[in-house]
Design a protein around this ligand. Sequence first.
Ligand SMILES: [Zn+2]
Length: 365
Amino acid sequence: MAANTTNTEFSAEFFDGQTAASRAVIFKIAPDHFQVFEQTADLVIKGSYSGLELASPRQAGQPLRVKHSSLPAARILIHNSVAIADLLTLAPQLDGKVRPKRVLKTIGVIAAGFACLALFGYLLLTVAPGLVARQIPETWRDRLGEHVETSVIKSNKACSNAAGRTALNQLVRAVTGDQFDDLKLRVKVVDLPMVNAFAVPGGRIVMTGKLISKASGPDEVAGVFAHELGHVVLHHPEAAFVRIMGLQLILSLASGGTGPELIGNVASLMAVLSYSREAETQADLFAVKQLRRQGIGTKGFRAFFARIMKKDRSLLGGSLGGMGDILSTHPGTEERIEAIDPSKDGKTRSILTTKQWRDLKNICK
Ligand SMILES: [Zn+2]
């Protein structure tokens, strides 16, 4: 054992973690680092005190057993009590005592961080989307809607049979009346092989050809359309988009990333197109009110909904299985159907002639 004014050396034992053999080494304590040497003066480890950890719990009267982050498998055993005392001063984490104050402080800092993030996240995901959605400039909404629509529809063709389009416009007009002209609605039927309808940003509403062909009367299509119109009027597609962007922002903040990335994948698009149960209920309420205002019976809306959700669920799959709105599978379908009460309808009228209905049925032909 030798010592000088700045460095202190002690004998110690070294286990390399590969073999069980113990090697006698010199443990040298310098003010800002330690070194472990073989008796031959070959350096085994040089490291910082902060990288030292207890390899097993400290026990009074037993050697101190430590490891270092630079050689995680290796163990150093220090027997000398002076060396142990010196080391505990330079590497206080080795004393193995829990310091309640420090722990509480750490927990406090972490908890405060999480609370801020949670509050920020809560506001970003609940209050902000609705507010922000209303502020999105029309040109952005338009471009966003076009992007989402193209990504979802892909190469599937928009049904453009002229007589069918005329009948569709008639149906849309019957539901909207002369309201909502400011929304610049664009309603499309797309030749997709599943029953679905959805609203995308910018006043775009898409219904599938399969939905039209499965409907047994114009009032059923009108009901679905009125529900989607509800989402448009209530800015749900834009709010969903803002929520996803907010979620991405939160996730990237939480994971230490650089910032949100623009939604590019289908999974995110699907999330954009599905809404909370509350939003669905709001859209249903809107639909019922609007249909009644326009003298359209709600029986068709209810019947279509009940039939598709309860009996014809197999129709809801398809290449975009799980996507979209009217088929969204979140709980509460039963309550939503029950909430539509046709007995409360006032005077109703028929919105398409037999010929117009046939034309609409043929829109994808
Ligand atoms: Zn919906």
